[in-house]
Design a protein around this ligand. Structure first.
Ligand code: HEC
Length: 164
């Protein structure tokens, strides 16, 4: 009986050692993050970047959105418009000073193009996309990055096309 208890204590001890070693291995994978929690948060914030990453995403999705409309792939168009909204909202969480300039875009431009997409009308989409583009430009002027000139997309960027 005593021997069994001795053995089971041994097993528990071995398992505990294995657990600790396992945990250390996990920490090693996070080698570039500071072990100090506050410094680690600062590092993570820095790596997530500011509004530029949101806009890089918006630029890509704007391109996809345009060709989705050209293809009359309305589900795909709606998908990208929603993701543009999410990207901008997340960008504003990181850079709240941009919120005033984004207000009209979020409250008017996106809902208005959403309505157009729901109408499934290519000619109207092309016309309203131009208004949408102007709202990108307006914010760039407001935010003093007018050198970021948004044009009507010319080239497809992804392998997604509507195939009937
Ligand atoms: C809140 C206002 C605002 C709106 C709305 C906005 N932008 Fe921007 N955009 C900016 C700012 C500010 C920058 C510069 C970011 C920086 O310096 O961190 C920028 C930069 C960009 C860039 C360059 C990103 C890079 O670094 O590669 C692209 C592309 C872009 N915007 C596209 C668009 C498109 C397309 C739309 C409309 C669908 C749009 N933006 C709407 C404010 C806006």
């Amino acid at each position: 009986m005593k021997r069994i208890r001795f053995l089971s204590n041994r097993i528990i001890l071995c398992l505990a050692v294995l657990f600790i070693v396992g945990c250390e291995d996990k920490n090693e994978k996070l080698s570039w993050l500071s072990s100090d929690k506050d410094s680690a948060y600062v590092q993570i914030e820095r790596q997530l970047r500011g509004f530029d990453m949101a806009m890089k995403e918006v630029g890509y999705r704007y391109n996809e959105l345009y060709f989705a409309g050209i293809d009359e792939n309305w589900g795909y168009a709606q998908y990208h418009l929603e993701k543009i909204k999410t990207a901008i909202e997340n960008g504003l969480e990181r850079r709240p000073k941009r919120a005033a300039s984004a207000k009209g875009f979020l409250e008017y431009s996106i809902p208005s193009l959403t309505k157009t997409i729901q109408e499934n009308n290519k000619e109207k989409f092309i016309k309203d996309f131009e208004t949408f583009r102007q709202s990108c430009i307006a914010c760039h002027i407001n935010e003093k990055v007018e050198f970021v000139k948004v044009v009507i997309p010319k080239t497809r960027l992804s392998p997604v096309e509507k195939v009937d």
